[in-house]
Design a protein around this ligand. Structure first.
Ligand code: 5AD
Ligand code: SF4
Length: 482
């Protein structure tokens, strides 16, 4: 269950709505005779992701000769890559321009199987821009919203709100990802997001809560609210919108009113702004899951300062203490970057100390990769690749060391888990706990794989029988199929 790119998954669910609305259907069949539309939702967080995009589009273009095929790319794209992508893809557009995709495709002179009629609450056409306004490869690519009060900010808000109004074609009936915010105003020096997604815009709470309620009513079991910096939800609306703790309280109330059985997660909060009030709200409602994903990035004050994280280790420590006090059974996940500009061995050791101190259940560890346009890209990337590899491996081993005893402690307990699908191991199911600990499940006494599949999408009680460093294995006792 990787984190960091769920925003892409959520974007993809809206792209699917638009393409399905035009009459296109998904196909893995390369020889499909009709028009083929291939798209990529890019992630610019690390160079590796972008390198893969170049590999893929070159393949697509090589096989394209003579075939009716359109390629597009959207999502998180840095300005430097955008210029190169314009030469390789037929269409390059910011995600908030998605409602205009049908026009862009028609502009290409491509016959479309149907016409789009999804979107707006009013049921009207999502795409109303006159075709003549959209010309090939000249889709307006202003990134997000400028500073508060600047004239473009409201326009940018309107564009992203129109995008959010497209109903998603969910990838799963069990787990849903709900965007609550776009962009980020924090400007961490290593980060591409403020340049790819622009300034922070909060999605109207009424729309978020309506979507959550519908999901709950349809029996969705796991809802993850997505934003780059969820604590500042609502602040861009200067007092006319709910705060993030209030938004979570309302989600908790939806749980009470509907009697729905579901878990609500959110990612990610910023250690500087996460509040005791939020943790108390999480403790008050059973549908708000006991799971906190709290990015550390570095365990060294000087590196945190260079990263422009705007908090010290003392502050981070305080937040973890609050979490342990208010949500004692919560599991703790984090993101860490190793090998940031100028990170000395001693500074890296502070990150290793933090790993031991906070005993994370999971950490997404990344080797620093300069992102063109982000501030740190102008500084020397002076930690060698070999040293980044070493620090990466070392921290990975340390994670296993600190997480293993926590998982071992779960052996012999009964955990309520959500069954999400079949496991890679034949005859087993995969599931996770409220703290998002992965679980491999066997079905005690069940007559085989077919029988076991009936549990998918249900909460079950599982007796934990063994542990691996980052996951646990259990046996279904009861629940499901209800
Ligand atoms: N290099 C490496 N990792 C990065 N991340 C963000 N930017 C970079 C970068 N330039 C990581 C951070 C963030 C996660 C989504 O990706 O840890 O929390
Ligand atoms: Fe990037 Fe920092 Fe914003 Fe997170 S808080 S999206 S790391 S700028």
């Amino acid at each position: 269950m990787p984190f960091g790119c769920q925003m892409n998954r959520s974007d993809t669910e809206r792209i699917r709505t638009v393409l399905n609305g035009m009459g296109y259907s998904e196909s893995d069949d390369e020889k499909h005779p009709d028009v083929i539309i291939r798209g990529i939702v890019a992630c610019s967080v690390r160079q590796k992701g972008i390198d893969r995009v170049y590999g893929r589009i070159r393949n697509w273009n090589a096989g394209k000769a003579g075939r009716p095929e359109i390629t597009f790319i959207t999502g998180c794209i840095l300005p430097a890559d955008r210029d190169k992508f314009l030469k390789l893809f037929d269409l390059v557009f910011p995600i908030d321009q998605l409602p205009r995709l049908p026009d862009m495709i028609r502009q290409y002179g491509v016959p479309t199987p149907g016409s789009l009629r999804p979107a707006g609450e009013d049921g009207g056409e999502a795409s109303s821009a006159p075709v003549s306004e959209v010309s090939r490869k000249t889709i307006p690519f202003e990134i997000g919203a400028p500073e508060q009060g600047e004239p473009g900010r409201e326009e940018a808000r309107e564009r992203i709100e129109n995008f959010w109004r497209l109903p998603p074609s969910y990838s799963s009936e069990i787990e849903a990802y709900v965007p609550i915010q776009n962009g980020c105003d924090k400007f961490c020096t290593y980060c591409a997001v403020p340049y790819t997604r622009g300034r922070e815009v909060s999605r109207p709470s009424a729309d978020i809560l309506r979507e959550v309620r519908r999901l709950v009513e349809k029996g969705c079991r796991s809802i993850t609210l997505l934003g780059q910096n969820v604590n500042s939800y609502g602040l861009d609306k200067k007092g006319s919108e709910l705060s993030f703790p209030d938004l979570m309280r309302k989600v908790g109330e939806i749980g009470e009113e509907t009697g729905g059985d579901f878990w609500t997660f959110f990612t990610s909060p910023h250690p500087r702004d996460i509040s005791v009030e939020l943790l108390e709200v999480m403790a008050s409602y059973p549908v708000l899951a006991d799971w906190v994903h709290l990015p550390l990035q570095s365990g060294d004050d000087e590196i945190l300062r260079k990263m422009n994280r705007n908090h010290s280790m003392d502050r981070y420590r305080q937040v973890v203490q609050d979490i342990r006090r208010i949500l004692p059974s919560a599991s703790l996940f984090t993101d860490i970057i190793v090998g940031f500009n100028g990170e000395t061995v001693g500074q890296f050791e502070h990150t290793a100390d933090a790993m031991r101190e906070f005993r994370y259940d999971m950490a997404f560890i990344a080797k620093y990769s300069p992102r063109p346009g982000a501030k740190s890209a102008g500084w020397e990337d002076d930690v060698s690749r070999e040293e980044k590899d070493r620090r990466f491996r070392r921290l990975g081993e340390l994670l296993q060391e600190v997480a293993a005893p926590e998982n071992q402690r779960r052996v012999g307990t009964v955990q309520r888990v959500l069954v999400t699908g079949k496991d890679r191991k034949e005859g087993y199911l995969s599931a996770y706990t409220e703290g998002r600990i992965p679980v491999r499940l066997s079905v005690a006494g069940a007559a085989g794989a077919f029988e076991a599949a009936g549990y998918i999408g249900s909460f079950v009680d599982a007796e934990i029988i063994s542990a691996r460093p980052l996951s646990i294995e259990g046996r279904i006792l009861s629940g499901g199929r209800g």
